[in-house]
Design a protein around this ligand. Structure first.
Ligand SMILES: [Zn+2]
Length: 192
């Protein structure tokens, strides 16, 4: 499922899905539906927003921790998930399962959530997706971007990707390096 990767920009490949306009339209439509629903029930709207921020903070802590272990910047002892952090995520996971329906899909079933039921329902597939990633061998592919604080899932064959999005951070970093190389070259020319 890996919605944590698809829905959460900090974990996404900037190029993935960007060419699919239907997806973008679908997201816009959902966004408007949610906004309209939140305006009708402002209290539930603010509560859902607080929960969304809480889940975002949990995911940032968890996957930044994982990326630091993966890069060797932090010790793997104890892992990235402290018991408190897991307890925080588990609350979302438990809610997700408690509200899930079983929908037929191809030759199996998949979990589905009636998104109109509650304003924070869109957080549930993200929480389950985060759990799926945390318990998958793919976890080794979680990396921190070399150009910004985001983390991403490196799906390159030899784990060589360094930036969250090549046409954003990758370009900035390359320009920065090019400029500093030019400056260094000019300075050494002046000295000689
Ligand atoms: Zn980046």
């Amino acid at each position: 499922m890996q919605l944590a990767v698809g829905e959460f920009q900090p974990l996404t490949d900037g190029r993935q899905g960007s060419g699919d306009d239907r997806d973008v339209e679908h997201h816009d439509e959902r966004q408007w539906e949610l906004l309209a629903a939140a305006q009708k029930q402002p209290r539930a709207g603010s509560a859902a927003l607080r929960r969304a921020h809480a889940l975002r903070n949990i995911l940032i802590k968890a996957f930044t921790g994982v990326s630091m272990i993966n890069s060797g910047a932090a010790s793997a002892a104890g892992g990235a998930m402290s018991p408190t952090l897991w307890a925080d995520l588990r609350r979302f996971v438990a809610q997700a399962q408690a509200h899930a329906e079983l929908a037929p899909a191809d030759h199996a079933y998949e979990l589905a959530w009636p998104l109109t039921a509650r304003l924070d329902a869109l957080l549930w597939p993200i929480a389950l997706s985060a759990l799926e990633l945390l318990t998958s061998p793919q976890l080794i592919r979680v990396k921190k971007c070399a150009g910004c604080p985001w983390v991403f899932l490196d799906q390159s064959k030899n784990l060589s990707r360094r930036w969250c999005a090549m046409d954003d951070c990758g370009t900035h970093e390359k320009i920065r390096r090019y400029v500093s190389r030019r400056v260094a070259k000019k300075q050494s020319e002046r000295r000689s």
